[in-house]
Write a protein that binds this ligand. Structure first.
Ligand code: SF4
Length: 79
């Protein structure tokens, strides 16, 4: 196991929590990201969703986020 893979957000006790595999594939894995990278990408994704028309934005919230993001999220910046 290389050190980069051990910092992957999905790595836990030698196993991968997001892929359907038995062992972590190491730094050659295309999904290897730090927790910070994941948080940054999520923030960027939410920023893109924010630019959508309310009808489309609400549909994404309902389908993928179970409506967990409240109506005031984009004004307040918090869920
Ligand atoms: S298999 Fe990939 S995504 Fe999963 S823990 Fe290892 S590096 Fe991370």
């Amino acid at each position: 196991m290389d050190e980069r893979a051990k910092t992957c957000f999905a790595y836990k006790s030698g196993k991968c929590r997001i892929l359907d595999i038995n062992r972590c594939e190491g730094s050659s894995c295309g999904f290897c990201k730090t927790e910070e990278q994941v948080m940054q990408e999520r923030a960027e994704s939410l920023a893109i969703i924010e630019t959508l028309e309310p009808m489309h934005r609400d549909a994404i919230h309902e389908k993928y986020l179970n409506g967990q993001i409240g109506a005031g999220f984009y004004k307040n910046g918090t869920a």
